[in-house]
Design a protein around this ligand. Structure first.
Ligand code: PLP
Length: 401
């Protein structure tokens, strides 16, 4: 017997056929991509209840989406947080985390001097235009940091677990104590470490942020960000930014990143093992002037690295200066690489190289870069999961070149 749908014109059938069928009885073993901007219900009464929050349910993907929620649940568990909210990029997540700290005109943010360039720019340009002041400090100098915090009375302290691009480590527990003493909150960008190497909330951080574009996703094919808080009360503000600023993570990207998370531990094991082996190779190489690697600079930093990072996992990033520490020599070396990819990101399965003064820290003035120790010849290597033999052979031939 012909159903009502069969009586519809083909033009209409093409629009509606196959849609909104009852879900199958077997549960999908992998979270499907809910590629739907909107959600419908049996009645207007039900829609009203969902809008009012009296009944759980999805309404509109900018307000929440099952695939995005699955990723948020997974990363919240991995970071041991109370609530997580995902965004379209790491920058959007940083903005949301800072907003959740109730920054109002006149408030101060005490930022690590060793931050990703765009994070510093966001603080200065976006938050600066609303009358929020940013002052910077060296977070590895605890006495200096304490003095600055006491003087500036900041609302927020912000730093990276492993800093970009000089790979410095900071004592999260001690900094959380300093923040607490002045009534400030501590935001930690955990992008370079990932929750497999470090869980900053367990060390006293209030909010953890990730560029999920990097290790969480791991394959250079998705862009996203996430903020995870130890305090459920932050979810209102984090979700508020998601809904009203609208930088939401798409369900497609959420699916890619959720898949990436499943192999994070095994990838990080190999990334870190390869990075440590590369450091051993580079440290006495006649063409290398200096190697930057967590815990490398001083015994004190090594102690902190051993305390906050997973055993024998000092991260996957290695920064180097050639003996000829010039931009021209760095470019020659990078251009000569055949396997390692010249890329503007990090944390991917393949080994990639980046020149911070040209890319991640381009917006800083040359004088500021010099002050921070980011030399014209600095090269940042994100060590991949390939055979270390092949990575070293490629770097060897490029150094000879
Ligand atoms: N945080 C760090 C440490 C980064 O390196 C980056 C990007 O390189 C970001 C945040 C911003 O992330 P996204 O590019 O996903 O916005």
């Amino acid at each position: 017997m012909a159903s009502a749908k069969d009586k519809l014109d083909i033009t209409t059938q093409l629009v509606h056929a196959g849609e909104r069928t009852k879900p199958p009885s077997g549960q999908p073993t992998s979270t499907p991509i809910y590629a739907s901007a909107t959600f419908t219900y049996e009645s207007m009464e039900e829609i009203d209840q969902v809008f009012a929050g009296d009944k759980p349910g999805y309404i509109y993907t900018r307000y929440g989406n099952p695939t995005v929620n699955a990723f948020e649940d997974a990363i919240c568990t991995a970071e041991d947080g109370a609530t997580a909210c995902a965004y379209s990029s790491g920058m959007a997540a940083l903005h949301a985390a800072l907003f959740a700290c109730e920054l109002s005109p006149g408030a101060t943010v005490l930022a690590s001097q060793d931050l990703y360039g765009a994070t510093t720019s966001q603080l200065q340009t976006i938050f600066g235009s609303f009358g929020i002041k940013t002052t910077t400090a060296d977070f590895s100098d605890l006495d200096g940091l304490r003095a600055k915090a006491t003087e500036a009375k900041p609302r927020v302290l912000i730093a990276e677990t492993i800093s970009n691009p000089l790979l410095k480590i900071f004592d999260i527990d001690a900094c959380a104590g300093i923040a607490w003493a002045v009534g400030a909150r501590l935001i930690v960008d955990n992008t370079f470490a990932s929750p497999y190497l470090c869980q900053p909330l367990k060390h006293g951080a209030d909010i953890v942020v990730h560029s999920a574009t990097k290790f969480l996703s791991g394959h250079a094919d998705a862009m996203g960000g996430v903020a995870i808080s130890r305090d459920q009360a932050d979810s209102m503000a984090l979700i508020g930014v998601m809904k009203l600023v609208g930088g939401v993570l798409s369900p497609w990207e959420a699916h890619q990143i959720l898949r990436g998370l499943k192999t994070l531990a095994v990838r990080m094991d190999r990334h870190c093992e390869n990075a440590a082996a590369l450091v051993e190779y580079l440290r006495n190489h006649p063409r290398i002037g200096r190697v930057y690697f967590p815990g490398f600079a001083a015994a004190e930093e090594r102690d902190v690295a051993q305390r906050i990072l997973r055993d024998n996992h000092m991260g996957a990033l290695v920064s180097i200066e050639l003996k000829d520490n010039s931009r021209a020599a760095a470019f020659r070396f990078m251009d000569a690489l055949k396997l390692c990819v010249r890329s503007t990101s990090l944390g991917d399965v393949f080994t990639s190289v980046l020149h911070p003064p040209t890319a991640s820290h381009r917006d800083l003035s040359p004088a500021r870069r010099k002050q921070l120790g980011i030399s014209d010849g600095l090269v940042r290597i994100s060590v991949g999961i390939e055979s270390i033999k092949d990575i070293i052979a490629d770097i060897e031939q490029a150094l000879e070149a």
